[in-house]
Design a binder for this molecule. Sequence first.
Ligand SMILES: [Fe+2]
Length: 315
Amino acid sequence: MPRRSTDAEFIAAWETARGSVLEVSRLLGVTERSVYDRRRALNNRGILLETNPVRESAATYTQAWSYTRERQATVENGHVVVFSDAHFWPGARTVANEALLKVIKTLKPARIIANGDIFDGARISRHDPHGWGQPPSVKEELDACLERMHEIALAAKRGTPLDWNIGNHDQRFDRALAINAGQYEGVLERLADKFPEWEMAWSIRLNGSVMVKHRQANGIHAVYNNTLKGGLSMVTGHLHRLAVTPWADYNGRRWGVDTGTLSDPLGPQFEYLENNATPWTSGFAVLTFKDGRLLPPELCEVLDGHAYFRGNRVV
Ligand SMILES: [Fe+2]
């Protein structure tokens, strides 16, 4: 039976193999399963071993992704506030938005993640208008987003990393430009250029074990399916339901999280619901990491016009 390698030997093998699990298992004479286990154990202690081969092979493609595929970050101890689906329109802040500012000021999170659909893009939707109602112009929506997102940045401690995972509605902004003025690539400003405080990507992976992205599965069991199929704790938006669903298997306990919506589900952005009953709920999620391990995720939830977090009325 091979001697158990030291952390330094394992990390050296990982670097030599450039993150190929198969190659690391050959180098150390251990099973691939034990390489995965060891990598996860190191990640849980805050030693993040990156999957370089994916990046390097991606770099060989002649065509790049429109947005960064996956960013990676480490949070050893502290909070990460994740909000999504703000669909900001001109006008007053929502209750959930007010609560978000207060919770950020109180918790002083290690990072803040906007998990998609911050911009709505009503006028550049591929769907027909509902009637004669006049949704705001792209400029009016953009101005609302700039104001609200800057407020959030100001509520955070100076230097707090701010992440923005692209949602399908956010995508409308760049897609409309690419369709209607494709020849102006590099001349016109993309959505990312308008928000230099926020780092945009499709997804961000925290401590190797928590994937945060706008959407994956659909349907009533989406949150459960996300963590089951993703194999990681998965934090998504898009469904506006605000929920935490635990799962456990041989890899231990993890969670699927739906970060709800920062908007008001009765807002004019959602006329397409035709006043149907909906499980949509205002709020956002707070992730807490202890020694690199995700603890049970918490929700700030709006109930009957007030926002509650950890048993206290925040707004
Ligand atoms: Fe969405």
